[in-house]
Design a protein around this ligand. Structure first.
Ligand SMILES: [Fe+2]
Ligand SMILES: [Fe+2]
Length: 148
């Protein structure tokens, strides 16, 4: 599998998980567990992206600015995750903030798939596409171990 398909697979999974969380209600164990799983996976994904995919894109003038933009969106998402962790899950504010995070991440993923991937194809050599997916996987596994 190449890095693009690898990232896209996670995105599709994250889209489905966020929809599922929207269907939960109140401070339930279902909401807690799904949110915890979603948060850990999204944060591990973003860190793995930065350590593999974006580590290459930051080195090229063509993709430097976009990389900074994407990384700042990762930071915004992780701030929202932290705010959500501090909030009462049964409050209406919680699901409103979650919806905001969900929408920001949907925008972020679409931008990666529709704009960043196009740019990356001009920067990442074809023979690096598969090794980069392996690197992404290793980094993500390490991140998930740290989160556990
Ligand atoms: Fe990202
Ligand atoms: Fe991503």
């Amino acid at each position: 599998m190449d890095i693009y398909s690898r990232i896209k697979n996670d995105h599709d999974c994250h889209r489905a998980m966020a929809e599922k969380i929207m269907q939960t209600s109140g401070d339930s164990s279902e909401r807690r567990e799904l949110f915890e799983e979603y948060k850990n996976d999204v944060v591990a994904h973003a860190n793995a992206e930065e350590q593999s995919f974006y580590a290459i894109l930051i080195e090229d003038e063509k993709t430097q600015e976009q990389t900074r933009h994407s990384v700042s969106e990762h930071k915004e998402a992780s701030d929202l995750f932290e705010e959500l962790e501090e909030m009462d899950m049964s409050s209406s504010g919680w699901i409103q903030k979650f919806k905001k995070l969900k929408e920001e991440l949907e925008h972020h993923m679409t931008e990666e798939e529709e704009e960043v991937f196009d740019m990356a194809h001009k920067v990442i050599p074809k023979d690096k596409e598969e090794p980069l997916a392996d690197k992404f996987d290793r980094r993500k596994q390490d991140e998930l171990k740290d989160a556990a």
